[in-house]
Write a protein that binds this ligand. Structure first.
Ligand code: GRF
Length: 225
């Protein structure tokens, strides 16, 4: 089976892009990052892509008068890369329904919260303000409404006393770097199906029944069941 061609859209430093590239190079999944597109010419992830010999394009949103014009230019750039899968990895522009429809079922996003909690921006700040004890990240298929598409995978981390935005973001990011390559791999292997807005993962290992509880319970409480 040929490797899936993956085009990654970024706006910034590209650490998730880096995690995907490393996983693909290790042969962790049947795909290859063949193109990176940024809406910002100064995105750090562009340099990372070039270091790995990956083709890059810049579609600067500031060069387009309307969102539709930007979306059309972006669609052309992404189409030209002939992707089997499009990954939004820290891509910070809202995409219109026509763009999303064009890539329906073959575009996924990584979002730094346990959706449907905290769609949108400043997720770590909002989680800290609410005092939640568990936070995390979500990989999902992209649909026209922002951050609400069918959920492929989620990873949770505890929120610790004394956390600030930076420490919480770093703990979540470490999970993002594991979760995104895993979800991309499942898609590339054709293991994901979506029905009624819910994703099934074919051949998933035994159901996860281990609870992540924060703050941790004392050993006697854990064994009392
Ligand atoms: C990540 O936290 C991602 O979930 C969010 O933006 C951040 C991008 O980080 N959408 P990076 O550019 O992948 O390092």
């Amino acid at each position: 089976m040929a490797l899936s061609r993956i085009t990654v859209l970024i706006s910034g430093r590209g650490s998730n892009l880096g995690a995907l590239v490393q996983a693909a190079r290790r042969g962790d999944f049947r795909g290859a990052v063949t193109h990176v597109v940024s809406n910002r010419p100064d995105a750090g992830g562009l340099a990372l892509a070039r270091e790995h010999g990956i083709a890059t394009s810049v579609v600067d949103h500031r060069a387009h008068g309307t969102r539709d014009a930007f979306d059309a230019a972006l669609r052309d750039a992404v189409d030209a890369s002939e992707p089997g899968l499009v990954v939004l990895a820290g891509f910070m522009r809202v995409l219109g329904a026509a763009f999303v429809g064009h890539f329906a079922g073959r575009m996924i996003n990584i979002h730094p919260s346990l959706l449907p909690l905290y769609p949108g921006l400043h997720t770590h700040r909002r989680a800290l303000a609410d005092g939640v004890r568990l936070h995390g990240c979500t990989v999902h298929y992209v649909t026209p409404d922002v951050d609400v598409g069918p959920i492929i995978a989620q990873g949770a981390v505890p929120v610790r006393d004394g956390d600030d935005e930076a420490s919480l973001a770093a703990r979540v990011l470490a999970v993002e770097h594991r979760l995104l390559p895993a979800a991309v791999g499942w898609h590339c292997e054709g293991r994901l199906t979506v029905a009624d807005g819910r994703v099934r993962v074919a051949g998933a290992v035994a159901p996860a029944d281990a609870a992540l509880i924060a703050p941790p319970l004392s050993p006697e409480r854990l064994s009392s069941s």
